[in-house]
Design a protein around this ligand. Structure first.
Ligand code: RP5
Length: 170
């Protein structure tokens, strides 16, 4: 297994049902990654250790998911100069998901977190791969193929709707 380039962390195992989508797309794009649980509130020392050692351990990007009072992405971003992608999770303790979004999105100046959509772990994985692709040609080529597949799929469905009619394809 090659050296992980992306660190995927989440506040609780209960976030895994969403965060696994980041793992799946990273696997598909052949980006080496590690995945674990780091809680800002329940394991603060572990969070400090993870964030402060991330760069020296060879990570290039961190994806951090959390829900409710979602402090993990912002706190990790405050302790590293690596790019941090935040995934707001609609979790068991969320009111409606806006709590997770706003906790991660509304960072103070100087400490950015690139926040994806609510439960947007897949896009977080793709964004991380895109960051890695700026210096890794193999990942860039994997992303090209992935985006071509997306395009071909849309063109195929457009063709089917146009030729067979919307009623047949709905
Ligand atoms: C957050 O609280 C976690 O990221 C999770 O989204 C949420 C609920 O955690 P559990 O109570 O399910 O462990 O810190």
């Amino acid at each position: 297994m090659s050296q992980p380039k992306v660190g995927v962390i989440m506040g609780s195992q209960s976030d895994l049902r969403i965060m696994k989508e980041a793992a799946e797309i990273l696997e598909q794009l052949k980006v080496p990654f590690e995945l674990t649980i780091v809680s800002a509130h329940r394991t603060p020392e572990r969070m400090v250790e993870y964030a402060t050692s991330a760069r020296s351990r060879g990570l290039k990007v961190i994806i951090a998911g959390a829900g409710g009072a979602a402090h993990l992405p912002g706190m990790v971003a405050s302790m590293t100069t690596l790019p941090v992608i935040g995934v707001p999770v609609k979790s068991s303790n969320s009111i409606d998901g806006w709590d997770s979004v706003l906790s991660i999105l509304q960072m103070p100046g100087g400490i950015p977190v690139a926040t994806v959509a609510l439960d947007g772990a897949k896009n977080a994985g793709i964004l991380a791969a895109e960051i890695i692709s700026t210096f890794d040609d193999e990942i860039a080529s994997n992303l090209e193929s992935y985006k071509k597949e997306l395009k071909d799929k849309v063109l195929k469905t457009a063709d089917a709707v146009e030729t067979k009619g919307w009623r047949a394809e709905s």
